[in-house]
Design a protein around this ligand. Structure first.
Ligand SMILES: *[C@@H]1O[C@H](CO)[C@@H](O)[C@H](O)[C@H]1NC(C)=O
Length: 560
């Protein structure tokens, strides 16, 4: 009798499915957290995930910018396989109402947990598209990618939303002059035409005029980025426009807490993605966080981020879910060096966000806490990928990986548990858009991890940065690729002598792996054509439906 009772009591615990909570920060650098060696910031809540779980010190994103990195994270696949790798200059989905987005044929980890009966929530920044062919098809929307609830930004946060700077036009401070010149030339030419009635001048004017129209159009778009792109959806409904950045973290937290409460009340296992808007500029916080840190508005936002994570962790404890909840924390790419103190800190690493090959753009914090399965305080220095979380979640909820496609994530559970000591990734490939810039090699024996860099970003001479972002189009191809020992040379500052035997042996292995990898990539329709990327003004969300007039609304749920 006692045995039955025991089994009865044990059964629900043993068989119950783990909840999964994912915290993904935006542009948070490798050196920004206390648990990654930063001694002057205060991130106790985030640090607690590392302390009570496993910390990965060589945790890598599939790209150094948001859209492709997030696509790989959700699908476990390199962006070149899903059409999310840019072929040209523009590497992110700039306009939330363009037709570029994560194809719905991809199987996200939310679609994986769905198969196991999970309730899935996505709160925060999406940045993976909205509609595909027609207004209202919501093909790329989170609710069409496995999530049951969505509250957040379809696009990204941007400096413009803070109403103080215009990020894109500030990169071309002479826009006004350029436009003025074009129109002035047009006017003068028209005048000449009027006086001389001369056919060649006429053609010239027509030529200038034709060019000035798209230029003016693009200018007007970027000047009005806030009106056009600053809005929040709850599921399919537009609920706030423009976004009130002060208090946004608090609203995201509230949505997350409600989601946990609802899932718990429904007695369903859940997957909750908290995709924070911090640490992307514009860094506005609630009043009580202003001026609290030692690092200006960046530090204030970091403390607010830590507070937000703490609130969710506390709720997990309150509901008694802590033991069987897998909590993961990471960032979509490294800190944005070009914007200085607003851009985050990558510690000892070289480079940052948007840089093609160096680790600063792709090596990010990564911690996993799952008390019923993983030991406390373990540190893993082996290379791991954000794409591995796809496999980890699938295993945790007991769903097989899709068998009809290449999954680039690997099963890191044995590594996390300490059952094996070598990363399941023998090779990893580092892209900028659809172009390969470097590769990593972790031999099956020994302890070193090598990195071969074939291209370097085109930095401003004498500096460590590009102007605003690095473009992979202008990367410098190295005639002799550089080989680094990532185990002892984290900052990529001492390339291995290219005449050494080590160089010859290791680089030829890596070059061969690059070849094999390239051959494994099947051609796919790219989401990054100009046509897809272009904003579609007829799809422009506007609260009152009369764009561009008074597109203003405040979510009745959050009137203040
Ligand atoms: C800690 O992080 C801040 C904020 O990004 C940065 O400015 C500072 O240099 C870092 N300090 C240390 C000691 O790593």
């Amino acid at each position: 009798m006692d045995l039955y009772l025991l089994l009865f009591l044990l059964f629900p615990c043993v068989s119950s499915k783990p909840n999964v909570i994912i915290f993904i920060a935006d542009d948070l650098g490798y050196g920004d957290l206390g648990c990654y060696g930063n001694t002057s910031v205060r991130t106790p809540n985030i640090d607690s995930i590392a302390r009570e779980g496993v910390k990965m010190t060589q945790h890598l994103t599939a790209a150094s910018t948001c859209t492709p990195s997030r696509s790989a994270f959700l699908t476990g696949r390199y962006p070149v396989r899903t059409g999310m790798a840019a072929t040209g200059l523009m590497r992110v989905n700039t306009w939330p109402y363009s037709s570029c987005g994560l194809p719905s044929s991809e199987v996200t980890f939310a679609e994986q947990t769905k198969k196991a009966g999970y309730m899935n929530g996505f709160i925060g920044k999406w940045h993976l598209g909205l509609h595909k062919d027609t207004l209202g098809d919501f093909e790329h929307h989170p609710l069409n990618q496995g999530f049951d609830y969505f509250y957040g930004l379809i696009g990204t946060n941007l400096d413009d939303f803070g109403h103080e700077t215009k990020v894109i036009t500030s990169q071309r401070p002479y826009w006004y002059g350029e436009l003025f010149s074009i129109w002035a030339v047009t006017a003068v030419s028209l005048w000449c035409l009027y006086r001389a009635n001369y056919i060649r001048v006429f053609s010239f004017v027509v030529f200038v005029f034709i060019w000035s129209v798209p230029v003016t159009f693009v200018y007007i778009l970027f000047e009005n980025y806030t009106l056009l792109s600053s809005f929040i959806h709850r599921n399919y409904d537009l609920v706030e426009q423009p976004i009130r950045l002060a208090g946004l973290s608090q609203r995201l937290v509230n949505e997350g807490l409600e989601f946990i409460q609802n899932a718990t009340a429904a007695e369903k296992p859940f997957l909750l993605v908290m995709s924070w808007v911090h640490m992307h500029v514009f860094l506005r916080t609630a009043k009580e966080f202003e001026g609290r840190s030692k690092f200006g508005r960046y530090g204030d936002a970091l403390e607010e981020l830590d507070w937000s994570v703490g609130k969710i962790l506390k709720a997990v404890r309150k509901y008694g879910l802590e033991d069987n909840t897998l909590v993961y924390f990471t960032s979509d790419n490294g800190g944005h060096l070009e914007i200085g103190t607003d851009g985050g800190y990558n510690g000892i690493l070289k480079g940052g966000k948007t840089h093609g090959s160096p680790d600063g753009g792709i090596r990010v914090p990564g911690m996993i806490k799952w008390p019923s399965v993983l030991n406390e305080g373990k540190v893993i220095d082996e290379p791991t990928s954000l794409m591995d979380i796809y496999n980890l979640i699938s295993t945790a909820v007991g769903v097989e990986l899709p068998s009809d496609r290449q999954i680039d994530g690997r099963d890191i559970l044995p590594l996390l548990k300490g059952d094996v000591s070598v990363s399941p990734h023998e090779f990893m490939f580092h892209y900028c858009g659809n172009r390969l810039k470097a590769a990593r090699y972790r031999p099956r024996d020994g302890s070193k991890t090598w990195k071969l860099v074939t291209h370097e970003p085109d930095l401003i001479p004498g500096s460590k940065v590009c102007t605003f972002v690095c473009s992979c189009n202008f990367d410098v191809a190295l005639t002799t690729p550089k080989l680094y020992d990532m185990t002892s040379d984290l900052g990529e500052s001492n390339p291995i002598d290219a005449n050494s035997n080590t160089y010859k042996e290791i680089s030829s292995i890596i070059l061969q792996a690059i070849d094999n990898h390239k051959n494994s990539v099947e051609p796919v329709e790219t989401q990054f054509t100009w046509k897809k990327l272009a904003p579609k003004l007829t799809w422009q969300p506007c609260c009152n439906g009369r764009f561009p007039f008074k597109c203003l609304c405040t979510d009745p749920k959050y009137p203040e």
